[in-house]
Design a protein around this ligand. Structure first.
Ligand code: SAM
Length: 279
Protein backbone atom coordinates (compact mmCIF):
# COMPACT_ATOMS: atom_id res chain seq x y z
CA UNK A 1 0.00 0.00 0.00
CA UNK A 2 1.35 3.43 -0.96
CA UNK A 3 1.19 6.11 1.65
CA UNK A 4 2.32 9.73 1.66
CA UNK A 5 5.54 10.27 3.59
CA UNK A 6 5.26 12.75 6.38
CA UNK A 7 7.84 15.53 6.64
CA UNK A 8 6.84 17.56 9.66
CA UNK A 9 8.38 15.43 12.41
CA UNK A 10 9.90 16.67 15.65
CA UNK A 11 13.43 15.78 14.58
CA UNK A 12 12.89 15.33 10.86
CA UNK A 13 12.90 11.50 10.78
CA UNK A 14 9.59 9.93 9.77
CA UNK A 15 7.78 7.39 11.99
CA UNK A 16 6.27 5.58 8.98
CA UNK A 17 9.24 3.24 8.43
CA UNK A 18 9.70 2.52 12.11
CA UNK A 19 6.00 1.68 12.62
CA UNK A 20 5.90 -0.39 9.43
CA UNK A 21 8.62 -2.62 10.86
CA UNK A 22 7.05 -2.59 14.33
CA UNK A 23 3.51 -3.41 13.06
CA UNK A 24 3.68 -7.26 13.08
CA UNK A 25 4.80 -7.28 16.75
CA UNK A 26 2.89 -4.25 17.97
CA UNK A 27 -0.11 -6.06 19.51
CA UNK A 28 2.03 -8.60 21.29
CA UNK A 29 3.30 -5.88 23.61
CA UNK A 30 -0.25 -5.15 24.69
CA UNK A 31 -1.65 -8.67 24.76
CA UNK A 32 1.20 -10.33 26.63
CA UNK A 33 2.06 -7.49 28.98
CA UNK A 34 -0.19 -7.06 32.03
CA UNK A 35 0.33 -3.30 32.19
CA UNK A 36 -0.23 -2.86 28.45
CA UNK A 37 -3.46 -4.87 28.57
CA UNK A 38 -4.66 -2.93 31.61
CA UNK A 39 -3.85 0.49 30.10
CA UNK A 40 -5.63 -0.44 26.86
CA UNK A 41 -8.67 -1.42 28.93
CA UNK A 42 -8.71 1.85 30.92
CA UNK A 43 -8.27 3.95 27.75
CA UNK A 44 -11.00 1.97 25.95
CA UNK A 45 -13.46 2.49 28.78
CA UNK A 46 -12.74 6.25 28.79
CA UNK A 47 -13.60 6.32 25.08
CA UNK A 48 -16.74 4.26 25.61
CA UNK A 49 -18.11 6.67 28.20
CA UNK A 50 -18.05 9.42 25.53
CA UNK A 51 -18.90 7.51 22.36
CA UNK A 52 -22.55 6.60 21.85
CA UNK A 53 -23.79 3.82 19.59
CA UNK A 54 -24.37 5.34 16.15
CA UNK A 55 -21.63 7.98 16.54
CA UNK A 56 -19.23 8.59 13.65
CA UNK A 57 -15.68 8.63 15.00
CA UNK A 58 -12.21 9.42 13.64
CA UNK A 59 -9.25 7.41 14.98
CA UNK A 60 -6.07 9.47 14.50
CA UNK A 61 -2.94 7.32 14.25
CA UNK A 62 -4.99 4.13 14.64
CA UNK A 63 -2.11 1.64 14.69
CA UNK A 64 -3.44 -1.91 14.57
CA UNK A 65 -7.01 -0.76 15.18
CA UNK A 66 -7.60 -2.09 18.71
CA UNK A 67 -9.68 0.92 19.78
CA UNK A 68 -11.57 1.14 16.50
CA UNK A 69 -12.60 -2.52 16.73
CA UNK A 70 -13.76 -2.06 20.31
CA UNK A 71 -15.78 1.06 19.42
CA UNK A 72 -17.26 -0.59 16.33
CA UNK A 73 -18.41 -3.37 18.68
CA UNK A 74 -19.99 -0.61 20.79
CA UNK A 75 -22.10 0.41 17.77
CA UNK A 76 -19.97 3.27 16.34
CA UNK A 77 -18.78 3.85 12.77
CA UNK A 78 -15.03 4.49 12.84
CA UNK A 79 -12.78 6.02 10.19
CA UNK A 80 -9.15 5.10 10.90
CA UNK A 81 -6.10 7.03 9.72
CA UNK A 82 -2.47 6.00 9.99
CA UNK A 83 0.73 6.83 8.13
CA UNK A 84 2.05 3.26 8.26
CA UNK A 85 0.69 1.00 5.49
CA UNK A 86 1.52 -2.12 7.53
CA UNK A 87 -0.40 -0.86 10.56
CA UNK A 88 -3.41 -0.20 8.32
CA UNK A 89 -3.21 -3.67 6.70
CA UNK A 90 -3.14 -5.38 10.09
CA UNK A 91 -5.98 -3.21 11.42
CA UNK A 92 -8.11 -3.96 8.35
CA UNK A 93 -7.55 -7.73 8.70
CA UNK A 94 -8.34 -7.64 12.42
CA UNK A 95 -11.56 -5.67 11.86
CA UNK A 96 -12.72 -8.21 9.25
CA UNK A 97 -11.80 -11.08 11.55
CA UNK A 98 -13.68 -9.47 14.45
CA UNK A 99 -16.77 -9.20 12.23
CA UNK A 100 -16.89 -5.38 12.37
CA UNK A 101 -15.40 -4.78 8.90
CA UNK A 102 -18.38 -2.81 7.54
CA UNK A 103 -18.28 -0.39 10.50
CA UNK A 104 -14.60 0.52 10.10
CA UNK A 105 -12.99 2.35 7.18
CA UNK A 106 -9.30 3.01 6.62
CA UNK A 107 -7.16 5.74 5.16
CA UNK A 108 -3.40 5.60 4.87
CA UNK A 109 -2.35 9.22 5.26
CA UNK A 110 -0.75 11.65 7.63
CA UNK A 111 -2.89 13.33 10.27
CA UNK A 112 -1.01 16.49 9.32
CA UNK A 113 -2.74 16.49 5.97
CA UNK A 114 -5.66 18.99 6.10
CA UNK A 115 -7.55 17.01 3.45
CA UNK A 116 -7.67 14.03 5.81
CA UNK A 117 -11.07 12.27 5.82
CA UNK A 118 -12.13 14.69 3.03
CA UNK A 119 -14.93 16.94 4.22
CA UNK A 120 -16.42 14.55 6.76
CA UNK A 121 -17.56 15.76 10.17
CA UNK A 122 -17.30 13.45 13.16
CA UNK A 123 -19.14 13.24 16.48
CA UNK A 124 -15.86 12.37 18.12
CA UNK A 125 -12.17 12.26 17.27
CA UNK A 126 -9.67 10.31 19.36
CA UNK A 127 -6.02 9.44 19.35
CA UNK A 128 -4.52 6.80 21.63
CA UNK A 129 -1.12 5.88 23.02
CA UNK A 130 0.86 8.87 21.90
CA UNK A 131 0.24 9.04 18.15
CA UNK A 132 0.06 12.85 18.32
CA UNK A 133 3.54 12.98 19.88
CA UNK A 134 4.93 12.23 16.42
CA UNK A 135 4.11 15.65 15.06
CA UNK A 136 6.35 18.69 15.15
CA UNK A 137 3.35 20.97 14.78
CA UNK A 138 0.70 20.14 17.35
CA UNK A 139 -0.98 23.53 16.90
CA UNK A 140 -1.58 22.91 13.24
CA UNK A 141 -2.74 19.32 13.77
CA UNK A 142 -5.24 20.35 16.47
CA UNK A 143 -6.51 23.22 14.32
CA UNK A 144 -7.05 20.78 11.41
CA UNK A 145 -8.71 18.20 13.63
CA UNK A 146 -11.05 20.84 15.02
CA UNK A 147 -12.39 21.22 11.48
CA UNK A 148 -13.31 17.53 11.54
CA UNK A 149 -15.36 17.71 14.77
CA UNK A 150 -19.01 18.68 14.52
CA UNK A 151 -20.27 21.42 16.81
CA UNK A 152 -20.66 20.05 20.37
CA UNK A 153 -18.52 17.09 19.36
CA UNK A 154 -15.35 16.04 21.20
CA UNK A 155 -11.70 15.14 20.78
CA UNK A 156 -9.99 12.85 23.29
CA UNK A 157 -6.24 12.47 23.11
CA UNK A 158 -3.91 10.24 25.08
CA UNK A 159 -0.46 11.76 24.74
CA UNK A 160 2.96 11.01 26.19
CA UNK A 161 3.69 13.47 28.94
CA UNK A 162 6.88 15.37 29.67
CA UNK A 163 6.61 14.67 33.40
CA UNK A 164 6.88 10.89 33.52
CA UNK A 165 8.68 10.28 36.82
CA UNK A 166 8.94 6.57 35.86
CA UNK A 167 10.70 7.12 32.58
CA UNK A 168 12.87 9.97 33.76
CA UNK A 169 14.08 7.97 36.78
CA UNK A 170 14.74 4.91 34.61
CA UNK A 171 16.67 6.94 32.03
CA UNK A 172 18.73 8.59 34.75
CA UNK A 173 19.49 5.24 36.39
CA UNK A 174 20.45 3.68 33.06
CA UNK A 175 22.83 6.49 32.18
CA UNK A 176 20.75 8.47 29.68
CA UNK A 177 20.42 11.81 31.49
CA UNK A 178 20.38 13.83 28.25
CA UNK A 179 17.33 11.98 26.98
CA UNK A 180 15.59 12.29 30.36
CA UNK A 181 16.06 16.05 30.44
CA UNK A 182 14.93 16.45 26.83
CA UNK A 183 11.72 14.67 27.82
CA UNK A 184 11.15 16.92 30.84
CA UNK A 185 11.80 20.04 28.81
CA UNK A 186 9.58 18.86 25.93
CA UNK A 187 12.26 19.42 23.31
CA UNK A 188 12.18 17.25 20.17
CA UNK A 189 14.09 14.06 20.70
CA UNK A 190 14.65 10.74 18.97
CA UNK A 191 13.28 7.36 20.05
CA UNK A 192 15.27 4.40 18.87
CA UNK A 193 14.31 0.73 18.91
CA UNK A 194 15.24 -2.39 16.97
CA UNK A 195 12.65 -1.24 14.43
CA UNK A 196 14.37 2.05 13.68
CA UNK A 197 14.09 5.54 15.04
CA UNK A 198 11.73 8.46 14.84
CA UNK A 199 11.44 12.02 16.02
CA UNK A 200 9.11 12.51 18.96
CA UNK A 201 8.08 15.37 21.17
CA UNK A 202 6.59 15.02 24.64
CA UNK A 203 3.87 17.41 25.77
CA UNK A 204 3.35 18.92 29.18
CA UNK A 205 -0.23 19.28 30.37
CA UNK A 206 0.04 23.07 30.24
CA UNK A 207 1.48 23.08 26.71
CA UNK A 208 -1.19 20.70 25.42
CA UNK A 209 -4.08 22.62 27.04
CA UNK A 210 -2.78 26.00 25.83
CA UNK A 211 -2.31 24.68 22.29
CA UNK A 212 -5.81 23.17 22.32
CA UNK A 213 -7.23 26.47 23.54
CA UNK A 214 -5.51 28.36 20.72
CA UNK A 215 -6.92 25.83 18.24
CA UNK A 216 -10.43 26.73 19.45
CA UNK A 217 -11.20 23.80 21.76
CA UNK A 218 -12.51 24.01 25.30
CA UNK A 219 -11.23 21.62 27.94
CA UNK A 220 -13.74 19.01 29.11
CA UNK A 221 -11.39 17.05 31.37
CA UNK A 222 -7.80 16.05 31.82
CA UNK A 223 -6.28 13.23 33.83
CA UNK A 224 -2.98 11.39 34.00
CA UNK A 225 -2.80 7.75 32.93
CA UNK A 226 0.34 6.11 34.22
CA UNK A 227 0.98 8.20 37.32
CA UNK A 228 0.73 5.28 39.76
CA UNK A 229 0.12 2.70 37.06
CA UNK A 230 3.69 1.80 36.06
CA UNK A 231 5.08 1.63 32.53
CA UNK A 232 4.91 -1.66 30.62
CA UNK A 233 8.57 -2.45 31.30
CA UNK A 234 7.74 -2.88 35.01
CA UNK A 235 4.93 -5.38 34.33
CA UNK A 236 6.86 -8.30 35.80
CA UNK A 237 7.48 -6.54 39.13
CA UNK A 238 4.93 -6.40 42.00
CA UNK A 239 3.79 -3.07 40.50
CA UNK A 240 2.40 -5.07 37.56
CA UNK A 241 0.13 -7.23 39.75
CA UNK A 242 -3.56 -6.92 39.01
CA UNK A 243 -4.32 -5.87 42.60
CA UNK A 244 -1.88 -2.96 42.36
CA UNK A 245 -3.03 -1.96 38.88
CA UNK A 246 -6.68 -1.78 39.95
CA UNK A 247 -5.78 0.16 43.08
CA UNK A 248 -3.47 2.52 41.18
CA UNK A 249 -6.17 3.24 38.61
CA UNK A 250 -8.69 4.00 41.35
CA UNK A 251 -6.27 6.38 43.11
CA UNK A 252 -5.41 8.09 39.80
CA UNK A 253 -9.12 8.73 39.18
CA UNK A 254 -9.66 10.16 42.67
CA UNK A 255 -6.52 12.31 42.78
CA UNK A 256 -6.44 13.51 39.18
CA UNK A 257 -7.29 17.10 40.15
CA UNK A 258 -4.51 17.52 42.73
CA UNK A 259 -1.97 20.01 41.31
CA UNK A 260 1.16 17.84 41.23
CA UNK A 261 -0.54 14.54 40.42
CA UNK A 262 -2.70 15.88 37.59
CA UNK A 263 0.41 16.79 35.58
CA UNK A 264 2.59 13.74 36.15
CA UNK A 265 2.37 10.32 34.62
CA UNK A 266 3.51 8.48 31.54
CA UNK A 267 0.45 9.66 29.60
CA UNK A 268 -2.10 12.44 29.84
CA UNK A 269 -5.66 11.92 28.69
CA UNK A 270 -7.29 15.16 27.63
CA UNK A 271 -10.91 15.59 26.58
CA UNK A 272 -11.67 18.64 24.44
CA UNK A 273 -14.98 20.03 23.22
CA UNK A 274 -15.89 22.01 20.18
CA UNK A 275 -18.59 24.28 21.49
CA UNK A 276 -18.48 27.30 19.26
CA UNK A 277 -19.22 27.62 15.59
CA UNK A 278 -16.53 28.85 13.20
CA UNK A 279 -15.70 32.55 13.73
C1 SAM B 1 2.32 4.45 19.42
S1 SAM B 1 1.37 4.07 18.02
C2 SAM B 1 -0.28 4.21 18.66
C3 SAM B 1 -1.26 3.43 17.81
C4 SAM B 1 -2.69 3.35 18.31
N1 SAM B 1 -3.30 4.66 18.43
C5 SAM B 1 -2.79 2.60 19.60
O1 SAM B 1 -3.56 3.04 20.47
O2 SAM B 1 -2.17 1.55 19.75
C6 SAM B 1 1.54 5.53 17.05
C7 SAM B 1 0.87 5.40 15.69
O3 SAM B 1 0.81 6.71 15.11
C8 SAM B 1 1.08 6.59 13.73
N2 SAM B 1 1.54 7.90 13.23
C9 SAM B 1 2.64 8.59 13.58
N3 SAM B 1 2.71 9.75 12.91
C10 SAM B 1 1.60 9.80 12.13
C11 SAM B 1 1.09 10.75 11.21
N4 SAM B 1 1.72 11.89 10.94
N5 SAM B 1 -0.08 10.49 10.59
C12 SAM B 1 -0.76 9.32 10.83
N6 SAM B 1 -0.30 8.39 11.68
C13 SAM B 1 0.85 8.61 12.33
C14 SAM B 1 2.12 5.48 13.64
O4 SAM B 1 2.21 4.92 12.37
C15 SAM B 1 1.58 4.52 14.71
O5 SAM B 1 0.71 3.58 14.16
Amino acid sequence: MECPQKRETPTGSSPAGMFDRFAPEYDEGFHTNRVGTFMRQVWGSILETHARPGDRLLDVGCGTGEDAIRLAGHGCQVHCVDISPNMISIAREKAAHAGVGPAVTFECSSFEDPSLASKSLFDGVYSGFGSLNFTADLANVLANLRQKVREHGWLIAMVSNTASHWDILTRLLTGKPGWAFDRIRGVPTEITSQHGSSGIRFFSRRFFLDTADEAGFSVLFSRPLGCLIPPAYLAETPLGSSIWLRMADRIERITHKLPVLRSSGDFLVVGLGRHTPEP
